[in-house]
Design a protein around this ligand. Sequence first.
Ligand code: FMN
Length: 362
Amino acid sequence: MDSSSRDFKDFLNLDEFEASAKSVLSPMAYAYFSGGACDQFTLRENVSSWNNIKLWPRVLRGVSNPDLSTSIFGQSFHLPFYPAPVAMLKLAHPEGELAVRRAMNRLHLPYFASTMATTSLEDIAGESTTPSYFQLYCFKDHGLTKSLIQRAEQSGFKGLVITVDAQMLGKREADIRHRFHLPSPLKLENLDHKSNLELHASEGSGAERISAHFDASLNWKSLEAILGQTKLPWAIKGVLHPEDGVIAADMGAKAIFISNHGGRQLDCVPTAIDVLPLFAKALAGRVGIFVDGGIRRGTDIVKAILLGADGVLIGKPMVWALACGGAEGVIRMMNILEEEFRLALCLLGCSSLKNLRMEHKF
Ligand SMILES: Cc1cc2nc3c(=O)[nH]c(=O)nc-3n(C[C@H](O)[C@H](O)[C@H](O)COP(=O)(O)O)c2cc1C
């Protein structure tokens, strides 16, 4: 029996969620969630690059219950992997963002809410029993950017994650072919009616039309001015060059999210694992380092941490799990990763994340 007709509760690994999700999503939604930019070289390499690293176990260390905890924005969590901010989750499941938010409440983990959510940031905040962080896109309309920050502050978000790799949308051919749009009555609940009109069915990709509102002239100086409007701790997401990581750290970032946006922006760029050691060297413990892109196994998380990350984000597998089973699907997906991650640490002979050192890399 293939995984498309099985109950997600029987799935043994993250890849099994995708075939099942594909069978319940519309071809347009599946294309939107799964697609990458141009030839999708980076999309594929994100997954395969983790296989270039081998782990090197030590024996007889007596590890049976490793400490898996880490921290972000000064807050400690019992696991180092969380769902990534992903747009338009109601396209995957009717409960969309709230299903993932509730799953994270039950797992005692944080939630990263996308600007481009199909649930308002106030509704997400109202559902939060663990910290929610707001992923911010910066708009040409500076008043809109400012009001998003204020709304996030007022509703109780605990930090901002500013995404800086998508001021123009990557060339996503699958979205253009499928004439990507948000089927009514779904809306980008953080944006106004006029912006939402851009997402109506038309020629080409609605995602491209809406992202034309992002501020393509954003630079370090204008970002600093935006950050001057908030007291929230902030992180930057979508950085691939360590010198940009250093600039952000000098400006006061609490964390750097190394990411190529799941291969959806510029094709033919490094993967997170390619550049992570350079960031670890350049930043030397000054800020938190998080990575994402192609993480599908507990051993991938181990590799990220032993090369210098404090934690990782999971994008597409979260969407597939949501499509398969709402909050329960996401919890199952996170449980699978936790079991794999815990087992990998035990078999490596490593008792905690801080003990995960280069001696465990072959
Ligand atoms: C469908 C989709 C929508 C996304 N939307 C956002 C977004 O709104 N904001 C953002 O910062 N990143 C967004 N991302 C990027 C993810 O946060 C993350 O960087 C990426 O998905 C990680 O790669 P993975 O999907 O291979 O795990 C999106 C990714 C996908 C697949």
